[in-house]
Design a protein around this ligand. Sequence first.
Ligand SMILES: [Zn+2]
Length: 359
Amino acid sequence: MSLQTLIEESRRYGSDSRYVLLGGGNTSYKDGGVLYVKASGWALSSIGSSGFVRMDLARMETIWDKTYSTDDDEREEEVLKDMMASRLEGESARPSVEALLHALLPFTYVVHLHPALVNGITCSVEGQKAVERNFPDALWIELVKPGFILAKIVRQRLALQKEKSGKTAQVIFLQNHGVFVGGATLEEIATQYDQIMGNIESLVSRKPDFTPLEIDPKRKAGIVSTLEHLTGATIVAAFNREFAHYLTDERVFSRIASSFTPDHIVYSGFKPLWVGEHSSVEEAYATFEKTYGCEPKIICVQNTGVFSVGEKPLPLFFDTVAVSVYSESFGGPFFMDEAMVLFIRNWEVEKYRSTQVTT
Ligand SMILES: [Zn+2]
């Protein structure tokens, strides 16, 4: 029955845009040495029992006794292989990238989410200070490579905390990522989330204003047709008061011009393209492609509007803007560094995830 309860709670979080966008976030349940963890590629909002992979916790534990390659790609491949081998017989789905973290947290239930409000703190210059001040019992984990390395660091920090205070944090804030909450019951976790969200909400001095604004129809038609020609995809345009603020000039734009979390990279690209008001969209697009070896997913035209290549990148771009606005209350935005962005862009797991996700 408990997996059923987890499914219902997962759907509730997944259907609430304050908590989950697209395929982000994952949940788990432990029972009799078995971990039920969300499979990669499932969205929480529509998850059923087949969206959870059953894994042998004892076998996963042996991962910590192994020595893996120092090369990023090789290491992740080796760990993935061991993770796949830790599945119970008959399981064919691929466990979430974060399954190792779920496994090591000593709680029956774990709910991991990336809410914009929370990331307003985790992606801010004073994030660590803000967490230490407002969530003294929580653990703060600085930006590290996701996957195995992240799980390893969390494992070490939990052990250290336990040694010092005899306690294990129920709430873990991950810089430029999100939050993990563990508990004996899902009610306990829901209470924690309510407190976290309420607490951060009371700390933010400004909230995003997404009141829609109209894009000049002629200009919009011109840009859409240019981009449709360049990308071969459907172009979705959006404009609102908050976007207008960030599209004023490149200095303001710089506060939303990079990647806050892995999810932002997966869905809306590692950086949006900036096009000056009087510049050519074609030229800016070509320069972006040449410079970064990939196509932009979000195109921002100064004082005009935001253009998304297909529908998927847009929700995460709204999220980038929301996170940036919230971060103002904690010293301003703090993006992932270049090396981390590159690691995620090249990470096979995330490439896999971006092809699997359903909305
Ligand atoms: Zn995550």
